[in-house]
Design a binder for this molecule. Structure first.
Ligand code: DGY
Length: 314
């Protein structure tokens, strides 16, 4: 029996490959100069694409696959996929919400504690022998009883709120619309930033949220404020963030995402009051396996009845 052809963008685990190989003929998308002739020759045969939230479906691939029927993305964010254009072509797009919410929220807690308690410089204080030479490390800031602002109260935002409540936080948020939630709503990002000491961005990416966190928002957060980004690099004006940190207009930041990944501004790398992780908020064995299983389930369900378990929202 001829199996339907699946184009793989980015890496997948052996477990995902083994689960899909009985059902699909899987080809990885070649890179560089091999890509264009490959797509010209094979593009029309692909009915399915497996990709991830970061790589999405590039324009050249979308154009070269006129018979595409389904896209299954390994990740919750789908800003790198032109969902509207695909909907107009009748293409079903699936992503992996829910299974990563707890992990991403845990990563926020890790960054929050790391920045507030100065984990990185204090670790260096021990390793460099400074503890022996100069005595103990300076006192740091507690995460207890803070006013925390969540920019984007979706599934992950709510998981972050649950964790902040454990630390006695007074929780505020801004979303496109007011939610049924026991937290203080603010009508704009600036108003939210003005009301809190800790601001965390966890909105979807894409044009609607580009540079939502700009110099005005950072100034509203103020010189004692901490900023965290686990959303997309595009949500923050990174140059404005660097300037605010350099000038002490905010106190520190924890960043998992960047505007031009994997490039990170050298200025950020040089700052002790900044903790950096390489877009790995969901990056544990357990969560990535759950995400991979959902990617596979979406493709298998599509084979059975043309639907997916977790379609991207309309
Ligand atoms: C996601 O799930 O959207 C992650 O950020 C990976 O892109």
């Amino acid at each position: 029996m001829v199996k339907p052809r699946l184009l793989q963008i980015g890496r997948i685990t052996d477990r995902m490959h083994d689960a899909l190989a009985p059902h699909f003929d899987i080809d990885p998308l070649p890179d560089r100069e091999a890509r264009e002739p490959f797509l010209r020759e094979n593009g029309p045969e692909y009915v399915a694409i497996l990709t991830n939230g970061h790589l999405g479906v590039p324009e050249d691939v979308a154009v070269a696959t006129p018979n595409l029927k389904v896209v299954s993305s390994y990740g919750v964010g789908y800003d790198a996929i032109d969902v509207e254009a695909f909907a107009a072509r009748g293409i079903v797009v699936a992503h992996t919400p829910d299974v990563l919410s707890d992990e991403v929220a845990n990563t926020f807690v890790m960054l929050w504690l790391a920045v507030s308690r100065e984990l990185i410089p204090s670790d260096r204080h021990v390793r460099s022998g400074e503890w022996v030479r100069a005595g103990s490390y300076r006192l740091t800031r507690s995460v207890q009883n803070r006013r925390v602002g969540i920019l984007g109260l979706g599934r992950i935002g709510r998981a972050i709120a649950d964790r902040c409540a454990v630390f006695g936080a007074d929780i505020h948020y801004h979303s496109r619309s007011r939610k049924d939630a026991p937290y203080t709503y603010h009508a704009s990002a600036v108003e939210l930033a003005r009301a809190v000491e800790v601001l965390v961005a966890i909105t979807p990416g894409g044009p609607g949220t580009r540079h939502l966190v700009n110099a005005d928002v950072l100034d509203a957060l103020g010189p004692d404020g901490l900023f965290f980004n686990l959303a997309r690099g595009s949500v923050v004006d990174e140059a404005a963030l660097v300037r605010a940190l350099e000038a002490g207009r905010i106190a520190g930041a924890g960043l998992d995402v960047f505007e031009a990944e994997p490039k990170v501004p050298d200025a950020l790398k040089a700052m002790d009051n900044v903790a950096l992780t390489p877009h790995v908020a969901s990056g544990t064995h357990e969560t990535r396996q759950a995400m991979g299983d959902l990617v596979v389930e979406n493709l298998r369900q599509w084979l059975e009845d043309g639907t997916v378990r977790t379609p991207v929202p309309e």
